[in-house]
Design a protein around this ligand. Sequence first.
Ligand code: UGA
Length: 430
Amino acid sequence: MKILVVGTGYVGLVTGVCLSDIGHEVTCFDISSEKIDLLKSGRSPIYEPGLEQLMEKNVKANKLFFTSNVQEAYQSVDCIFIAVGTPETRDGSADLTYVEEVALTIAESIKQDTIVVIKSTVPVGTNDYIERLINERTGEGIKVHLVSNPEFLREGSAIKDTFEGSRIVIGSNSQEAGDFIEEIYSPLSIPIVRTDIRSAEMIKYASNAFLATKISFINEVANLCEKTGANVEEVAVGMGFDKRIGNQFLKAGIGFGGSCFPKDTKALISLANEYDSSSYILDAVLKVNDIQKKRLVEKVKDYFIDIQGKKAAILGLAFKPNTNDIREAPSLELIDELLSLGTEVHVYDPIALENVKEIYGDRVYFHHSIDEAIENADMALLVTEWREVKGFPLKKYKELMKRPVVFDGRNVLSPFDAKKEEITYFSIGR
Ligand code: UGA
């Protein structure tokens, strides 16, 4: 099938590349000609393992194209996937400006009935609204049918998640349009969940908010474990064996970040407010996460009598491993807090240094190795569970630091091993 994907961010680019790989002819469109030039040169504007190789394969096979030219993009396609951003507005609701702009372009450009799929995360009711917006503006006798097809991929494992996802949700009020999209995904052996359009929109928010809830829940339990002498990791293992609970997303740490959980939880709260519905649990999820992001710095303040002028080494900046994304990353809050306390902040990350440099410039010292970052440091703070951070030899903390004091925000080290190496060690909930 001939598919147009609008937006070459995480969701759009990965979707476009993967759809071409399962046999469709896909054009990826973006209004940014710089992004398109980069893509045409074979490079991806986002860091995602395996993506450039898959791009190259499908460009060579003449199944994948990139353009920033509207006429070229919207010409005779079977369906259009909208995958543009829906950022957070000041009041926490989702900003639909980009989706609306695409809708207007579709209305002006299409010359035949077309199926429009919204992949972007949008509040309940958006697909109906966009369908009306387009149909009121199309040429004589031309209609679109909207299909909601939310995305569940994770950054860092986006390709695997697309090919081996847990489910594909297709929400439509037209059986035919839904069947058409089901057909597009038929080469993948992933369970298909067919729903009405509003339920599909809600599935996306409810899924992200539920995962965020699990994290805040275990983090709150972790804090109680610390006070009562229990070990949150053992507690999570014991809980996870119950299939009704499950063993995933029970990893305690310094809170969730990224472009999705914080934004989508806020957007769901905003939706609840709009409909005069309660959001007690969701409010608590965000509140616990805000507190959790400060846990490491609280531990630092408890340990050091005077922190002014101390040298802190932050290991890991990205909101999670395998990405250079620092949106809502706990590391940023930590840097802000440490700077405000007069600490000298040194940072290391295998791929996110540049993004952090854009924010802090020369207020922070940037390092390309852990050795360099912790040299002569008074404390090391482990913030992202990169392989390098997890596997860093413990004896080196003792060799290189002024004093080996480690605050582990992701529970990557063993307290037993740390003690054996005579490291002063603090972690979360253990
Ligand atoms: C999340 C969802 O997992 C995807 O299903 C969804 O498609 C995506 O949002 C989206 O809406 O676009 P992502 O934000 O890429 O994916 O990252 P996750 O791997 O889910 O991690 C999110 C945050 O939770 C990270 O900061 C991570 O460190 C934290 N986390 C995760 C924990 O603190 N504990 C855990 O047990 C799991």
